[in-house]
Design a binder for this molecule. Structure first.
Ligand code: SF4
Length: 184
């Protein structure tokens, strides 16, 4: 299948899965900055060192940024969810769970389309297990489903949004999450 048709098919199928916007851009347009790893190290999310897919366990930042450059295309998608107000933390958690679910459905979509070797990157943490096996020093339970975040690979998500023609923030009392699949 020619690339344009394949990209249109991926975007159309992803929109049916619940993404708000989706687009395919060249990987060369993805802004990378190792400083995003430093932000992870501040442990604002409380998961640093507690998930196999998060820093530092996910791997050396320079090696991961190098891995990104091995791909040609990036399918970028976002979810946007309405919140009751800006303190609706339960709503944010639910929105993130929904994002994780969509990310795994997109993984299945790529497998169905026969796109092998794609790198799936999600939104903060892995999200497959309620509690990551890292917390009990056990190996990952589902390596074929485990998903690192965009930030863990040094992706500037705000810049990624601009490159993909999307807004990073989508209005008051909403929460937006981003994911990407690198392939080709
Ligand atoms: S699949 Fe489970 S055990 Fe593996 S990294 Fe994700 S949350 Fe941790």
């Amino acid at each position: 299948m020619e690339n344009k048709k394949l990209f249109e098919q991926i975007v159309a199928r992803a929109e049916k899965l619940g993404t708000y916007k989706a687009n395919v851009i060249p990987v060369s347009q993805i802004p990378l900055d190792r400083a995003f790893r430093d932000m992870c190290a501040t442990n604002a999310c409380g998961v640093y060192g507690k998930c196999h897919m998060c820093p530092p366990d996910v791997g050396d930042i320079d090696a991961l940024m190098g891995e990104v450059k091995n791909y040609q295309h990036a399918f970028v998608y976002q979810t946007v969810t309405a919140l009751e107000d800006s303190f609706d933390f339960e709503g944010m958690i639910e929105a993130k769970k929904q994002m994780y679910k969509i990310a795994q459905e997109i993984r299945r979509l790529f497998a169905e389309l026969g796109i092998d070797g794609a790198l799936h990157l999600g939104a903060g943490g892995c999200g497959v297990c309620e509690t990551c096996a890292k917390r009990t020093n056990e190996p990952c339970r589902f390596p074929h489903l485990a998903m690192p975040s965009l930030e863990a690979y040094g992706v500037n998500v705000s810049g990624l949004a601009s490159a993909a023609g999307m807004k990073y923030i989508n209005g008051q009392d909403t929460v937006t999450y981003f994911g990407a699949v690198l392939f080709g």
